[in-house]
Ligand binder design. Structure first.
Ligand code: HEC
Ligand code: HEC
Length: 212
């Protein structure tokens, strides 16, 4: 078939516009993507994107869309090993990923009380979060992840309101080298410097902040 140049371009633009319209973030979240292997996110990430503590499934509501897209790219490329998420992501188109992450970024997340660095740090978790362990070159978590660990911009994700099991799982993954997608080994260095008890304590600290 032969089209005059102009009408072909026009037809392409129209098809593209239809595709963009077809990728509906809310629908992908609750019903899955066009490819059936892209299972509905809601099954694992909760009705309101709040995550599922018992399964260690992360909260997604209110995270930066850019951060989520970086993580999904890293999971797809294997820089971040995530055997449960990997087949879901492999079955989503870039258009679908854009739509669902934009939708999730706009979802409201649970409120977190403001904890400043000058506050009393009670226990190992709070101590690491608010003061760090400078003798071992571990900066306080809030220096990068923001006050109360609410996240900063597109690079430093929220820790507050994430399930403890998810947070400790990520720290263990860095330690074991199955997650190696952080710029300059920032988190790899920190995770390898923490003890198991410290990983547990600091994960519980951030997970419980939104429930105080
Ligand atoms: C069968 C369960 C399951 C389904 C369905 C699922 N996920 Fe996940 N997702 C996970 C798990 C488990 C992780 C954590 C992976 C790890 O351990 O690193 C994750 C991690 C993520 C992350 C990284 C979050 C972060 O803070 O780094 C994003 C973004 C994400 N999922 C988006 C989605 C989207 C969008 C969908 C739907 C299209 C979806 N997931 C469907 C289980 C699931
Ligand atoms: C020097 C800056 C810096 C400090 C200090 C820091 N982090 Fe991070 N953290 C990062 C960056 C950057 C990422 C995102 C890495 C990526 O792009 O995958 C991250 C990601 C994480 C994640 C993964 C979250 C997710 O949903 O993907 C966890 C868990 C985490 N940090 C815990 C901590 C804890 C606990 C501390 C304190 C002991 C801490 N971080 C201190 C920079 C920092």
């Amino acid at each position: 078939m032969k089209f005059p140049r102009g009408s072909l371009a026009g037809a392409c633009a129209l098809m593209l516009a239809m595709q963009v319209q077809a990728a509906d973030g809310q629908k992908i979240y609750t019903q899955g993507g066009a490819n059936p292997a892209a299972m509905a996110c809601v099954m694992c990430h909760g009705a309101n994107g709040e995550g599922m503590a018992a399964g260690g499934f992360p909260r997604l509501a209110g995270l930066s869309a850019e951060y989520m897209r970086k993580q999904l790219d890293d999971i797809r490329s294997g820089q971040r090993s995530a055997p449960v998420m990997q087949p879901v992501i492999a079955a989503l188109s870039d258009e679908e990923i854009r739509a669902v992450t934009d939708m999730l970024a706009a979802m409201p997340a649970a409120d977190v009380p403001q904890v400043t660095r000058v506050e009393k740090a009670d226990g190992i978790g709070a101590e690491l979060a608010l003061r760090g362990a400078w003798a071992r070159n571990i900066p306080e978590c809030v220096s990068c992840h923001g006050p109360s660990g609410v996240g900063v911009g597109d690079s430093f994700p929220a820790l507050a309101g994430q399930p403890a099991q998810y947070l400790s799982g990520q720290l263990q993954a860095w330690r074991q080298g199955t997650r190696k997608n952080d710029p300059n080994d920032l988190m790899g260095h920190i995770a390898r410097s923490l003890t198991d008890a410290e990983i547990q304590a600091v994960s519980e600290y951030f997970a419980n902040l939104s429930q105080q």
